[in-house]
Design a protein around this ligand. Structure first.
Ligand SMILES: Nc1ncnc2c1ncn2[C@@H]1O[C@H](COP(=O)(O)OP(=O)(O)OP(=O)(O)O)[C@@H](O)[C@H]1O
Ligand SMILES: [Mg+2]
Length: 703
């Protein structure tokens, strides 16, 4: 028979819930404990109820109790009369134990049908009685009731537990969701707070918006721009309107280009609500169309003003430094030339019998050379190469001197007022230079007020940290401030006014060296200047100088001005070294005019040769400081090895070279340009021995 097998029906899909229920039911099938000392009774009862329930049997109360330790029962069928522990006693113990006290007990009783016995049984916790001989139908139905009850109770409990579990799971899930949500919100708040505290705005902008208007901004828009975001919504042209005129075209072009390329990175100045321009770095990329919406630009607007300002300051500082070096070098060379010119003029005046006419010409030439020398002095001051003699300066004395010096200069329209803070300290600086500096500032103030006004000069103490803004180290300062109510300085030239030769004055009216001199002098003195100005309102220029210590600090002696007895009248044999022909010849002539015998050399090595040839042949070596082959100081050191007793005098165009150490001693130094009298005095001090180092010095060592 070739019957095709019917297509095998797939086995029914097991229902997991039902399976679980059946498993649970069989695992926990109700059990009944039957206790009787008569095995036959046990067997009979088992037979009657076996198909309803699992049956456990015990032949004594003790055995029954042991069974009860091992599990639950739907009902206990308990024989009343048993040897040893009888049914009542057993029931009492069962009722007394927490785990078993709720198990229903049905007494099996053969005889005692009397009421009193029944009551005892009930009081011992029986729920029913079955009398022997047992009627199977009655027993079955009673047991069935208890088994049902048990099963239902179990079921209800199981369901309740399941529901509780579900409820717990639900609660746990809810709590977890809440926690995650809170965490997310906190993270968002944190991010928002960070972005708000940064000088940055995040934005989303529709790709085709024209004019550009962001749809969404993140970050503190109003803190960065000063405008509420609504202002941009209300006036879409705001962004373009407030671009700096010099940056507008470039920024608008970049925006156009952004449409084509999908990216943009541009920096521009933008006028914030307070009228100030900020430097913004604006960067954006195109996010392509997506499910979330149409294509849009995502971008950031970063305030980089601080960075730009710092860069600007750094650049300016470097520029000033470079100009300083350049100026210093040129001034030094000119100083040399002027030394020769002035020396030559001196010689002409001394050696040639001049008529009145010629005397006038020579005097005019000398004045011009001296003016040049003054100019050079200001350049050297800017280049921080001025010779400074710092000392403690009283504000009151300074006020008197400067007022006196300016008496005929200020003119009738301008009033000069001095205000010194009570207890203002003494500034530690070169008083002549400070007087010059203040005069420069006051004259600038006067020039800024052509229709007159009041110039106020104040002196006050400032402490440590206040000066940090100016890049000054911690310390005590005295500040001299000159304020006017004049034309003010335009912000765009504010940085330039301290540059040498920067002037807005007519040709011939200003050299542009006034503020440069003050700037260099303040720096060389360990201070700074601070200029603040508002166009049309006035200018405030402050000179910050270190405060002098309380006790009196003597001024450094200056060989040029120090009182020196005239040099010995004796004829000296002088060995002169200078690489500059003009200066050498002029100096040699001056020395000759002072009555000395001079032997001149153009560089150190050849001079040393001459000294070696005749170590005791000279009373003094006079040398230039800066020479290409060997510096004057190095040369003097070598000379001392050959002829230890021959004194030296250094002539230098560099400031502070009088503090040049030569090893064990210091050497007399004469600054260029010098007069005949100064030369004579310097020779005198050189012959008297080395000049000891006195008092503190400021300024740079010579280069
Ligand atoms: N108090 C002020 N008010 C307005 N502008 C000022 C003031 N002080 C200086 N300036 C500006 O700074 C420029 C430079 O000043 P600075 O003193 O260096 O040179 P100057 O006064 O022009 O010439 P000089 O001082 O060499 O005769 C001035 O030309 C002027 O434009
Ligand atoms: Mg000036």
């Amino acid at each position: 028979m070739n019957a095709t097998r019917p297509a095998a029906r797939p086995p029914p899909e097991p229902d997991p819930a039902q399976e679980e229920a059946t498993a649970a039911a069989s695992a926990h099938r109700a059990r009944v404990l039957v206790v009787d000392d008569d095995e036959r009774n046990l067997l009979a009862i088992r037979t009657v109820i076996e198909d309803l329930t699992d049956v456990e049997t015990a032949t004594s109360g003790e055995e029954a109790l042991r069974h009860l330790l091992k599990g639950e029962f739907a009902v206990i069928l308990l024989d009343v009369y048993m040897p040893g522990m009888d049914g009542y006693e057993t029931a009492e113990i069962i009722r007394g134990r927490e785990q078993t006290k709720r198990i229903p007990i049905v007494f099996l009783s053969a005889v005692n049908k009397e009421k009193e016995h029944l009551l005892r049984g009930y009081s011992m916790g029986a729920v029913d009685y079955v009398f022997k001989p047992v009627e199977p139908v009655v027993l079955r139905s009673k047991v069935a009731v208890f088994v049902d009850l048990y099963t239902m109770t179990r079921e209800i409990r199981r369901k309740a537990e399941q529901e509780q579990r579900l409820l717990d799971d639900n609660l746990r899930a809810n709590a977890e969701r809440l926690r995650v949500e809170q965490e997310l919100r906190r993270a968002e708040q944190r991010q928002a707070a960070i972005i708000r505290s940064l000088p940055i705005i995040l934005y989303l902008e529709p790709e085709d918006a024209s004019p550009r208007v962001p749809q969404f901004v993140g970050g503190n828009f109003s803190a960065v721009t000063g405008f509420p975001f609504d202002a941009v919504r209300d006036n879409p042209a705001l962004w373009a309107e407030r671009l700096h005129p010099d940056d507008r075209e470039r920024a608008l072009e970049a925006l156009e280009e952004r449409r084509r390329s999908g990216v943009m990175a541009i920096e521009y100045r933008w006028q914030c609500a307070d009228g100030q321009y900020k430097h913004f770095l604006d960067q954006a990329v195109l996010l392509q169309e997506s499910d979330d919406g149409p294509a849009q630009f995502a971008g950031t607007l970063l305030d980089v003003s601080d960075r730009r300002e710092l860069e600007g300051q750094l650049l300016q500082a470097r520029k000033m430094d470079a100009i300083g070096k350049l100026t210093g070098g040129i001034a030094h060379d000119f100083n040399n030339l002027l030394a020769a010119v002035l020396g030559g003029i001196g010689l002409i005046e001394r050696r040639l019998p001049l008529g009145e006419e010629h005397k006038k010409i020579v005097a005019m030439t000398r004045r011009a050379a001296e003016q040049g020398s003054e100019l050079i002095g200001r350049l050297l001051a800017f280049a921080r190469r001025q010779q400074l003699q710092p000392a403690g300066i009283e504000a009151a004395a300074l006020a008197a001197t400067v007022t006196d010096l300016l008496a005929h200069t200020l003119g009738g329209l301008v009033r000069l007022e001095w205000h010194s803070q009570d207890g203002v300290g003494r500034a530690y600086a070169d008083s002549t230079q400070l007087e010059l500096g203040l005069m420069n500032l006051i004259i600038n103030a006067r020039d800024a007020m052509p229709r007159g006004g009041t110039i106020t000069v104040t002196a006050r103490n400032e402490s440590a940290a206040a000066g940090n803004r100016l890049g000054l180290p911690d310390g005590d300062y005295v500040v001299f401030a000159v304020a006017d109510t004049g034309s003010g300085i335009a912000p765009e030239i504010l940085e330039q006014v301290t540059e040498p030769f920067f002037t807005t004055k007519e040709v011939g009216e200003g050299t542009g060296l006034g503020l440069s001199m003050v700037y260099g002098f303040a720096q060389q003195s360990g201070g700074a200047i601070d200029i603040r100005s508002t166009l049309g309102e006035g200018t405030l220029v402050e000179i910050w100088l270190p405060r002098a210590p309380e006790e009196e600090m003597p001024a450094e002696a200056d060989p040029e001005t120090a009182e020196t007895p005239p040099a010995e009248t004796a004829v000296l044999r002088i060995l002169l070294v200078d690489d500059h022909d003009g200066v050498r010849e002029a100096t040699a002539a001056m020395l000759g005019d002072l009555g000395h015998d001079v032997e001149a050399a153009g560089d150190g090595p050849s001079m040393l040769e001459r000294l070696a040839a005749n170590p005791t042949g000279f009373d003094l070596i006079v040398t230039d400081y800066a020479m290409p082959l060997m510096s004057g100081i190095d040369m003097l050191k070598r000379a001392r090895e050959i002829s230890p007793d021959t004194p030296g005098l250094v002539i230098s165009g560099y400031p502070n070279s009088r503090s040049i150490g030569t090893g064990p001693d210091e050497v007399a130094v004469l600054a260029k340009p010098f007069t005949m009298t100064q030369l004579e005095a310097a020779i005198g001090s050189a012959l008297r021995g080395p000049i000891p180092h006195r008092g503190p010095r400021i300024g740079e060592p010579p280069s």
